[in-house]
Write a protein that binds this ligand. Structure first.
Ligand code: CP
Ligand code: NVA
Length: 333
């Protein structure tokens, strides 16, 4: 099978603003159906992958991504197959190329959680079915779909009436590292016209390709995009405060050095005091105390657990659009 016409889901930056909006809308649509438990709807419309399989090639741990993907597969009638690094020959006994050819010959799509962005690109090149990036060092698109669903719900934003500059007063402040989650989240926020301010410790800079793209989208949608090393500045007036672990999977060897580098970057009373009084706190999880204090993480402004639940609907949307509909946003069934 030729893979040239396949549409994979690697990053939010590969989507048009409209396409991203549709993915978030579909996630909301499936959430409504799932919550209402409309069983007739389930049967007539949603068992679109009955008898098929969904592969999860995961070389790293996962709670949310695994559960949401397996749940979404089940929702559409497909059988998920979790292929962890202890389960298959990949990496020990078999090459990436051979594994990709074999797995993709038997499944409807591959959700892949790998270390390097280059591994995702290799999968996309050699797979005969859609690849859904389930976290690499550079991107985490499923998290971004979930996060923007969570934001539009909490701030009552209608996706039907997005107008240039209309959401730019909503500032999303990221206090933390500069890698996968914020790369896709910043592009995602700007695509919906929200403003973004990112505070990283000195010595940690955003990827220049993302910065260039973010600036273009911000300009187009009347929003602002700011980079700083001052966490108070980023947090000032923010409607959403968000962070991620300071030590990503695969970086454990550098833990002590990173924790030192991030001293003073914890989201706590000091930072929330300068945010908008109605701010919300978000975190993709898993969470540790060094990046956010307990009073914020478990406090009344925190929406982290509904955010986590929304991963399920983001996975449903991704399967529906990229697998059932083969990435054809123009003719979604
Ligand atoms: N947020 C997220 O991707 O969590 P997991 O690593 O548990 O999948
Ligand atoms: N930045 C984190 C995200 C985990 C969901 C990591 O890469 O480990």
């Amino acid at each position: 099978t030729s893979s040239s016409s396949l549409r994979h889901f690697v990053s939010i930056k590969d989507l048009s603003d409209e396409e991203f909006k549709i993915l978030v809308q579909r996630a909301q649509h499936f959430k409504n159906i799932f919550k209402a438990n409309k069983t007739n709807d389930f049967q007539s419309n949603h068992l679109k992958l009955l008898g098929k399989t969904v592969a999860l090639i995961f070389t790293k741990r996962s709670t949310r991504t695994r559960i949401s993907t397996e749940g979404a597969a089940a929702f559409f009638g497909a059988q998920p197959m979790f292929l962890g690094k202890e389960d298959i020959q990949l990496g020990v006994n078999e090459s990436f190329y051979d594994t990709t050819k074999v797995v993709s010959s038997m499944v409807s799509c591959i959700f892949a959680r790998v270390n390097r962005h280059e591994d995702i690109q290799a999968l996309c090149k050699d797979s005969s079915v859609p690849i859904i990036n389930s976290l690499c060092d550079k991107f985490h698109p499923l998290q971004a779909v979930c996060d923007l669903l969570t934001i539009i719900e909490n701030f009552d934003i209608s996706l039907d009436s997005l107008n240039k500059g209309g959401n730019s007063k909503l500032k999303v402040a990221w206090i933390g590292d500069a890698n996968n989650v914020i790369n896709d989240m910043s592009i995602a926020c700007l695509k919906l016209g929200l403003s973004v301010s990112i505070a990283t410790p000195p010595g940690i800079e955003m990827d220049s390709e993302i910065v260039n793209e973010a600036n273009v989208i911000a300009e187009r949608n009347g929003a602002t995009f700011e980079l700083t090393h001052d966490s108070l500045k980023a947090s000032t007036g923010a409607s959403i405060l968000v962070t991620d672990t300071f030590v990503s999977m695969g970086e454990e060897f550098a833990k002590q050095a990173k924790l030192k580098q991030f001293e003073g970057f914890q989201i706590n009373k000091e930072l929330t005091a300068v945010a908008d009084p109605n701010f919300k706190f978000m975190h993709c999880l898993p969470r540790h105390n060094e990046e956010v204090s307990d009073d914020v993480f478990y406090g009344e402004h925190s929406i982290v657990f509904e955010e986590a639940e929304n991963r399920l609907y983001a996975a449903m949307s991704a399967i529906d659009v990229f697998v059932t509909n083969k990435g054809d946003f123009m003719h979604l069934k």
